[in-house]
Structure formats: structure tokens, C-alpha cells
Design a protein around this ligand. Structure first.
Ligand SMILES: *Cc1c(COP(=O)(O)O)cnc(C)c1O
Length: 227
């Protein structure tokens, strides 16, 4: 049951936070609803979940439109393409997967000024995997400075999806590197509050290393069908 799984994950987050001396209230839960039907999202809404993550624009739009009567926060977490930025800027509250200035600039230009600024995270390719989205750590300070001054965006933080590992110690290493980088950017004067890291299989390591937003799909909705 989706409602029971959400209750369980939330209890789990509190327990892990306490174990690692974190404030449970500093760790937010994003329910990753990509490929799931509207009914599953409503089941989550019914137990108080309000933030949802989607990776595929065409899959997400009908769900966003079907659920406008609820006060929800939609996060785009999939790969960005130039021809998709307008609909993303018009329909989402957050984009966590920004990894170049061109896309950031398009999102800023295309964000309707009737809406609040679009919240963005820069995606880092923390494990330097050639096939994955995200910028390299050494490119981050410049990109962050450029994005921070775009008028219709609000740069909130960083997101990463490290190489998967079943070993807690191994899982911690990239998360620690990301947290260090996040702190460095804050020390440079950027006003960031979001470190988006941790999924179903590595949530504990991510929270131990400072995550403020865990993105959970399978742990809430069960195994995904292939798309
Ligand atoms: C699918 C996805 C998730 C959720 O992963 P689970 O292992 O199902 O919890 C989190 N983040 C991103 C960027 C994703 O694409």
C-alpha cells in the first residue's frame, strides 16, 4: 500500500536523522512518481505528500493537469532538452536537472512572470560517468554564478545521482564530496538551501552526509514498469 510505504519512509527518515545527528525537519521527501498513474499520486496525497518528481515531460503533463485542484509542488528531475524547456518552465515548480547555461537561460526566459521564479538545482555528474547528465565539479562555480543572476530562476542547490553501490561506506563517498562542494558554494556567498541526494537504495548514506531532499520512487510506489 502506497500510504503505508510513505508512513514507513517518513519514520525511517526520522530514525536515520537521529542516528546521524540531523534535524528530521531538515530532510524533505520527494515522491518520484514518474511512470505512475494519477491514482497512485492521489494515494500519496491522501497521506499528506505534496512534492512529486517526474522525469518525462509527456508522461508528467497530463498528471499535473489532472491534479490542479491540489496544492502540489512538481519537480522535473529528468534529462533536459531545448525543445522541452518551455513546457517545463510553464508547468513545474522546480527543475533539479540543470547542467548547462543554455538550458538555464531558456528556462528563465520562458518562465511566465505571472508565476514565482522557477526553483533550480544544478545536477552534478559526481561519479564522472560518461553516459550521465550533470556537470563536472570543477565547472560548477562558474555555472552557479551565471545561473544565480538569471531573473526568473531561483538557484536553490545541487542534485546528484551517483553510481549505484550496495555498500554504505562506498555510497557515502560521492555524497560527502557533493556536500563539501555545496558548503564551498555557500561560503562563496550563494544562498543555497537544497542538497538533493539519496534514492530508495542509498537514502541512509545520503542523509548521513547531509541530504536535505531525498527522491524516493520504488520505496513508495513499488517496482517501476519499463518505459
Ligand atoms: C527514478 C529516479 C529516482 C527514484 O529512484 P528510486 O530508486 O526508484 O527511488 C530519483 N532520482 C532520479 C533523478 C530519478 O530519475
Amino acid at each position: 500500500m502506497i500510504s503505508e510505504k510513505i508512513t514507513l519512509i517518513k519514520a525511517n527518515i526520522i530514525e536515520i536523522a537521529q542516528q546521524f545527528n540531523r534535524f528530521p525537519a531538515d530532510i524533505n521527501l520527494l515522491a518520484v512518481s514518474k511512470t505512475r498513474p494519477v491514482e497512485d499520486i492521489i494515494a500519496a496525497i491522501n497521506v499528506g505528500q505534496t512534492s512529486f518528481g517526474e522525469s518525462y515531460l509527456q508522461d508528467a503533463l497530463p498528471k499535473i493537469q489532472a491534479l490542479t485542484k491540489y496544492d502540489l509542488e512538481w519537480h522535473f528531475i529528468g534529462a533536459l532538452q531545448s525543445n522541452k524547456t518551455r513546457l517545463i518552465a510553464e508547468n513545474f515548480d522546480w527543475v533539479q536537472s540543470v547542467d548547462n547555461f543554455k538550458h538555464a537561460q531558456r528556462l528563465s526566459t520562458q518562465r511566465p512572470t505571472s508565476l514565482s521564479p522557477l526553483n533550480v538545482c544544478i545536477q552534478i555528474n559526481i561519479s564522472s560517468e560518461p553516459q550521465k547528465s550533470g556537470i563536472k565539479l570543477n565547472e560548477l562555480p562558474n555555472l552557479a554564478a551565471e545561473i544565480a543572476i538569471l531573473p526568473n530562476l531561483c538557484l536553490r542547490g545541487l542534485m546528484a545521482l551517483p553510481i549505484s553501490s550496495q555498500n554504505f561506506t562506498q555510497q557515502c563517498l560521492p555524497f560527502r564530496a557533493l556536500h563539501d562542494t555545496y558548503q564551498q558554494l555557500k561560503n562563496l556567498g550563494l544562498n543555497l538551501d537544497t542538497l538533493s541526494m539519496g534514492m530508495t537504495n542509498d537514502m541512509e548514506a545520503a542523509i548521513a552526509e547531509g541530504s536535505t531532499l531525498v527522491r524516493i520512487g520504488t520505496g513508495i510506489f513499488g517496482k517501476r514498469q519499463q518505459v
